[in-house]
Each structure stands twice: as C-alpha cells, then as structure tokens.
Design a protein around this ligand. Structure first.
Ligand SMILES: [Zn+2]
Length: 226
C-alpha cells in the first residue's frame, strides 16, 4: 500500500527586513503573519523558524478568528460588524450601515465598546418598542399602563394585572416583526390574562404569521441572551 505524505498548508507571511539583530514573528489583529528579520538572514532559515512555530501561529490565528466572530452583533435581525473609528469631533456617535455598526470616538478616548453598544441598544429598543406598543394598542383597541424597557434575563415581555408592560431591551436584536409579535402578545394579555385558545386567536387576528416569530425566538433566543 502506498502511503502519501500530505503536506500541511503553507503559512503565508510578510517579510520585513531591517537592521534588527534577531528574527521575530508577529500575528496582526486580522490574522496576518509578519516576520521581522535582520538584513542578511537567508529565507531558508526564516521558513524553518515558521515551520517550527507552526502550531503557535495557527493557534493565534484561530484566536483572532474567534475575536472577529465576537465583534459581530445582531441588530434588528441581521448580523453587523462592529467597527470603532477615531474622529476629530469630541463626540461619540454611531452610524448604522447595511453591514456594520460604526462607532466613532474622539481621538485617544478610552471607550468600553460593549457598554456603549448596550446603552445604544437600550435607547433604540425603547424607541422601537414604544412605537410598536402605540401602533398595536390603537389597532387592538386596548389600554395599558406604563411601558418599561428592562434587562430581563428570562423573559421577552410581561404584562401586570394593572396593565403595566415590561419588555426586554434585547428585542432590538430580533427582526422587526418578532419585536412586534412580543408587543402584540403582551397587549393581547390586556384582553385575556392567560394563554387560552381565545388568547392565541386574538394574537393571530392581529398577526397571522405569529408562529414564525415564535420559532425565530426559540431558535435565536440564546444568541439574544448573551
Ligand atoms: Zn403570555
């Protein structure tokens, strides 16, 4: 039986020569390999070092990949890349594009990106949820008390016996119709304080496709809970 050696995939790298005295390997934040080398070191020696460090390089590249994944967030049902840029203004701002959420900060300003993003999510959630409650409240002709946006770990929404409505700010990560479904669900509790057939019939009247929204929440719920 023939045995075939499978050559491992070659590691691509950028070679930067300078007046330095020793060889060094660096992995950039986007996973590129940079080799810094003294002027006279032969390429063969450089490639031997890369081979020796193969596992270490691959491990670091994988870590950078995972970090990149983590920088993707759900917003209104689609994944966006979070980019942080510096600008001349002394204000913090956020711009939403098709593919990304661009945060702009003053030069040199230390920003806790996830805390700022959460603060922005809460603000956007409050706007979207209140608008949806008003619209569907009118359509369903039901009254309600105060509308609060909360950080609830286990529920999307709730409706008290006094008609006060609470919603999870993470609903802003879900598609618009899913957010609407949770609103319609809580408003329907203003008519039926249970999950009876009459309750689901009412939800279905306002939103015939509510089953799909429930499925979406089941499938993506854990992502929204991070
Ligand atoms: Zn319910």
């Amino acid at each position: 039986m023939d045995q075939e050696m499978i050559n491992p995939e070659p590691i691509e790298y950028v070679l930067k020569r300078s007046n330095r005295k020793s060889l060094a390997i660096e992995i950039t934040s986007d996973g590129k390999v940079i080799v810094r080398a003294p002027m006279m070191v032969p390429v063969k020696e450089i490639e031997q070092l890369i081979e020796k460090k193969r596992d270490w390089i691959r491990e670091h590249q994988t870590k950078q990949e995972i970090r990149k994944e983590r920088d993707r967030v759900l917003y209104r049902g689609s994944y966006k890349t979070v980019c942080v840029e510096e600008h001349k203004s002394n204000m913090l701002s956020i711009e939403l594009t098709e593919e990304s959420i661009i945060i702009r900060k003053p030069r040199g300003f230390e920003l806790n990106v996830s805390a700022y993003l959460e603060h922005w999510y809460r603000k956007e959630a409050a706007k979207a949820i209140k608008e949806s409650v008003e619209r569907h409240g009118r359509q369903m002709q039901v009254t309600y008390g105060r509308v609060a946006i909360k950080d609830q770990k286990t529920r999307w929404g709730s409706c008290s016996s006094l008609g006060n409505l609470n919603f999870n700010y993470r609903l802003i990560m879900a598609p618009e119709r899913v957010l609407d479904y949770v609103v319609v669900h809580e408003l329907a509790h203003r008519v039926h304080m249970n999950h009876s057939k009459a309750f689901w019939d009412l939800v279905g009247q306002v939103m015939p496709e509510y089953e799909q929204c429930r499925i979406w929440l089941k499938e993506h719920g854990s992502e929204l809970m991070i």
